[in-house]
Design a protein around this ligand. Structure first.
Ligand code: NAX
Length: 327
């Protein structure tokens, strides 16, 4: 049996946490041979910590053979101690009438603190995946606090958007979704994101040729993927949770699987016209477990370039709102 790895999860008693933790403990994220210790971090709020106790009780009651320990804490320096993976799910939701700039600032404060503590106490090989919104900018803020851990270790999740795009293409083409390959998400995890359909294939053929409806690809397809989160809230009365947890399982699973090609939000080095040092969704290939290279070889047509410019503009604006929070 391998030695257990330590997986820290913030917002562990929240909706996504409730779908996520059981998947991690069952082996879906790190594989059926890899034991885990879950280090569960919640806000220092009595109700949240009580709920966390209940979640930990249920984890116990699953008798997962791979689950070798559970830490419950509201102290981030305990929760991130020696963590190999830090999954930053917890964030403050946008309240009624709250401006996006206020959300950015409120959540920015959380990610400053967490970035510093992770850098101080997490394992030498620590990797960080950010889900809490605005995920790209929160990730940038956390990464900017780190002196020991390189910025490339900090990634934000756009996999839910990739999964959504894959399913929409499959439905439109009337094929099994496994026939859809190479659909990647560029930019911000927000309605400005761009699902770059021109590089996708369906059954080995260009997706645009198979679907043969450019107006749909440029219009309803991009819109459905970009606004899917809002559509789920309208239908379910709550934001995406199980699908977000599933996407995080996919994000990490792909990142620990050499050769996997997938979309993650990473530090921009200027590829695809993204401003240097914003965190933007891009296609990557996993090299060694936890490491990746950005795939820079996809050519963009004029439509794609305009979409990339729009999502880049939003990322740059978000960065300007939190300029005082970036080191
Ligand atoms: P919930 O409100 O159900 O849960 C969030 C939990 O985080 C709460 O239990 C809260 O007490 C906790 N929390 C808040 N501040 C914390 C802190 N400083 N340390 C530790 N825990 C803290 O939200 P949920 O539905 O689980 O969503 C979590 C985040 O994911 C939100 O920011 C949400 O916007 C974001 N999402 C991101 C997605 C993505 O694709 N990147 C998709 C789904 C989701 O909307």
């Amino acid at each position: 049996m391998k030695a257990p790895i330590r997986v820290a999860v913030t917002g562990a008693a929240g909706q996504i946490g409730y779908s996520l933790l059981f998947r991690i403990a069952s082996g879906a994220m790190f594989g059926p041979e890899q034991p885990v210790i879950l280090q569960l971090i919640e806000a220092p709020i009595e109700k949240a910590l009580k709920a966390l106790e209940g979640v930990a009780m249920e984890l116990d009651d699953c008798a997962f053979p791979l689950l070798k320990g559970i830490v419950q804490t509201s102290d981030a320096s305990v929760g991130f101690k020696d963590a190999n993976w830090c999954l930053l799910v917890g964030a403050k939701p946008r309240g009624p009438g709250m401006e996006r700039a206020d959300l950015l600032k409120d959540n920015g404060k959380i990610f400053i603190g967490q970035g510093q503590i992770i850098d101080a106490v997490a394992a030498a090989d620590a990797r960080v995946a950010v889900v809490g919104n605005p995920a790209n900018t929160n990730c940038m803020i956390a990464a900017s606090q780190a002196k020991r851990l390189p910025a490339e270790r900090f990634t934000a999740m756009v996999r839910l958007d990739q999964n959504r795009a894959q399913t929409q293409l499959a439905k439109k083409a009337g094929v099994d979704l496994t026939a859809v390959k190479d659909i990647f998400i560029y930019g911000n995890h927000s309605p400005t994101m761009f699902p770059a359909y021109a590089h996708a294939t369906i059954g080995g053929q260009p997706a645009a040729t198979v679907i043969n409806d450019n107006a749909w690809l440029q219009g309803p397809f991009c819109e459905t993927v970009g606004k899917r989160g809002a559509a789920i809230i309208a239908a379910r009365g709550a934001s995406s949770a199980a699908s977000a947890a599933n996407a995080l399982v996919d994000h990490v699973r792909s990142l620990v699987t050499p050769g996997a090609i997938h979309s993650i939000a990473v530090k921009s080095n200027g590829h695809y016209g993204f401003d240097a040092n914003v965190w933007a969704g891009m296609p990557v290939r996993t090299t060694t477990p936890g490491s990746y290279e950005v795939l820079t070889n996809y050519a963009m047509d004029d439509f794609a370039k305009s979409k990339l410019a729009a999502t880049n503009k939003e990322l740059v604006e978000e960065r300007a709102f939190v300029a005082d929070m970036i080191k």
